[in-house]
Design a binder for this molecule. Structure first.
Ligand SMILES: Nc1ncnc2c1ncn2[C@@H]1O[C@H](COP(=O)(O)OP(=O)(O)OP(=O)(O)O)[C@@H](O)[C@H]1O
Ligand SMILES: [Mg+2]
Length: 234
């Protein structure tokens, strides 16, 4: 089976010279649910933003055998949906409905299907009543849920989440984990929520200072106290 995500020898520095990724190599197979963990500043968000071409480091990133580059961006973004760490980066319309419909309109789907998908995605995040509200006026956790809905509505083949449970109340967190468990898609999640990692993922990747320092079974990694301590996870 060919991996759906292939990252080889990826290096990236920010414009101010800060080196954020150092020779990252990762292969993800279709249907895998993978956690990406690591201390603050380890490079998790930076890595995820390479998967849909927001950042462009040196090395190779392919999605479904397509190299991530300017020419393929439209196709890549139809395959990979990314929920950003900060929901304010994802919400820009004057109503929740418009934000959740945005990508679907861009894909050219018909109105009726768009309305169905928007409704379904809002229900899935427990925000079925919020369609007419202004995203700007929502609470932090409500924004987070809408940001998740904007990506769920697209039903992309690969779902990428950056800290999906941060700011969620316990019930919303549990419902999100239940929802993600049911989804057949390939899922990659950067998180500090080790409870989510344990419940949802079978494979865990640890990053430290821009490098992948461990990649293995979640149950083995979460039981390795020495490893977790060494990388600031305990
Ligand atoms: N715009 C930027 N300019 C310069 N350096 C940056 C920028 N954004 C992030 N960095 C640096 O790059 C490194 C990786 O940051 P990144 O946001 O990927 O970490 P992270 O693992 O997602 O951390 P967190 O757990 O806090 O979300 C950090 O040292 C950070 O300070
Ligand atoms: Mg981050």
């Amino acid at each position: 089976m060919k991996p759906v995500i292939e990252i080889s020898n990826l290096f990236f520095s920010y414009p101010d010279g800060k080196r954020a990724l150092e020779d990252v190599n990762l292969q993800v197979n279709a249907g895998e649910k993978i956690a990406l963990v690591g201390a603050n500043g380890a490079g998790k968000s930076t890595l995820l933003l390479h998967l849909n071409g927001i950042f462009d480091g040196t090395g190779k990133v392919t999605i479904d055998s397509l190299p991530v580059n300017k020419d393929n961006l439209r196709q890549i973004r139809a395959i990979v949906g990314v929920v950003f760490q900060n929901p304010d980066d994802q919400l820009f319309s004057s109503t929740v409905n418009e934000d959740v419909a945005y990508g679907l309109i861009y894909q050219g789907l018909d109105k009726k299907l768009i309305a169905e998908r928007v409704d379904q995605a809002l229900q899935a995040v427990g925000m079925g009543e919020a369609g007419e509200r202004n995203p700007y006026h929502l609470s932090g956790g409500e924004k987070k849920r809408i940001a998740i809905a904007t990506v769920l509505s697209m039903q992309p083949q690969i779902l990428v989440f950056d800290e999906p449970t941060s700011g969620l109340d316990p019930r919303a967190r549990r419902e999100l984990i239940d929802l993600l468990q049911e989804l057949p898609q390939t899922i990659l999640i950067a998180t500090h929520d080790l409870g989510l990692v344990e419940k949802l993922t079978s494979r865990t990747v640890i990053m430290d200072q821009g490098r992948i320092v461990a990649d293995g079974s979640t149950s083995v990694i979460l039981n390795d106290e020495t490893l977790l301590l060494a990388h600031g996870l305990r």
